[in-house]
Ligand binder design. Structure first.
Ligand SMILES: [Zn+2]
Ligand SMILES: [Zn+2]
Length: 336
């Protein structure tokens, strides 16, 4: 299928009105946030299950939390309740390559900073009634990887496994409707960076997610339906696995949910209308050319095509080079 400029504009127009929904790129429910909904900032009560009992100083806590392995990519600070994690959501590994079910979104640096930073509860509390991700939390992130990349539900909103559906790159990620890169499975590749005794991610309830072994390096013990279990000290944690649920299979800890999305969490604001799936396309290369300039290559009907784009301040310039050699350009300005 070829996308003419007219088609492109028509498809783009279909995406208007999606602004402000923090939604994955594929088959999201189009929920319009209630204009009266105000984020609440309820501080969590003291923990029943101290997750960091062995750490004694703030620097030790940060070290044990795993984020310090990505110093420079992520910035952290904390108060009594939260670890605040700032990032641009762009990983430092190859991305997008291998996606076979592509919605034409690309990775753009995000603004997970200041009031829009990630918040990891430092004192997670077990919920009396855990929330399963099988039929909840189809919008927004459910966890944050220690490299500053968010992790969404492993299921898209048809209930399909995003990984098995070919929607993900070889690192388990893709870009959502706000051109926001995120994973849908556990970033087990981070194990090599952080080692077995540090988490690779945190669920947004605050409980850590370890890799494919126990923190002491021993083989993985039996997991519950949320992909977690209690350790010998009675502390709960999750694990990443290579099969469903891949990541935390829900929230074993207390979270606040609003419109099927955990709240608070950063907002992603689209800078352009979202696009539609491009049937038959496979992403074959992605290059960061430096200075916030990128080139995504895909193949369709045996032909190569490209999306080249760059960010210059608040301006985003896209050049679409289709498989017939037609070039169209689009320019968008980020507001705020
Ligand atoms: Zn997604
Ligand atoms: Zn474990």
């Amino acid at each position: 299928m070829k996308i003419s400029r007219r088609d492109f504009l028509r498809l783009s127009a279909l995406g208007l009105g999606s602004a402000l929904a923090t939604a994955c790129g594929l088959d999201e429910k189009l929920l319009t946030p209630s204009p009266t909904a105000q984020p609440t900032h309820t501080h969590l009560p003291p923990t029943q299950v101290p997750p960091l009992a062995t750490a004694t100083s703030p620097s030790e806590i940060l070290h044990s939390m795993g984020f310090d392995a990505f110093e420079g990519k992520v910035q952290t600070h904390q108060d009594d309740y939260y670890l605040y994690v700032e990032s641009d959501g762009m990983p430092d590994h190859p991305l997008m390559i291998g996606i076979k079910s592509w919605q034409q979104q690309v990775p753009l640096p995000q603004f997970y900073t200041g009031n829009n930073a990630w918040r990891i509860p430092l004192n997670p509390v077990l919920a009396e009634q855990p929330l399963s991700a099988k039929n909840n939390l189809y919008r927004g992130a459910i966890a944050l990887a220690v490299n500053g990349v968010p992790i969404f539900n492993a299921l898209n909103n048809r209930g399909d496994d995003a990984y098995l559906a070919g929607e993900l790159d070889e690192y388990g990620g893709h870009s959502g409707r706000a051109d926001d890169y995120h994973y849908h499975v556990a970033p087990l590749h981070l194990e090599e960076v952080v080692g077995p005794n540090s988490p690779i991610a945190y669920a947004l309830d605050g409980f850590p997610i370890y890799g494919s072994t126990e923190p002491d390096g021993s083989p993985l013990a039996e997991l519950d339906e949320y992909n977690g279990h209690f350790d010998a000290h009675g502390q709960y944690h999750y694990h990443g696995t290579s099969t469903y649920p891949y990541i935390n299979g829900g929230m074993r800890g207390i979270v606040e949910v609003r419109d099927d999305q955990i709240d608070p969490q950063p907002q992603t604001v689209p800078i352009r209308p979202f696009l539609q799936p491009l049937r038959g396309a496979t992403i074959t290369d992605f290059q960061e050319l430096g200075d916030e300039s990128y080139s995504l290559e895909y193949q369709i009907n045996g032909q190569k095509a490209y999306v080249n784009y760059r960010v210059s301040g608040n301006t985003y310039i896209f050049e679409f080079l289709d498989s017939s050699g037609n070039i169209t350009t689009e320019s968008y300005t980020r507001k705020g």
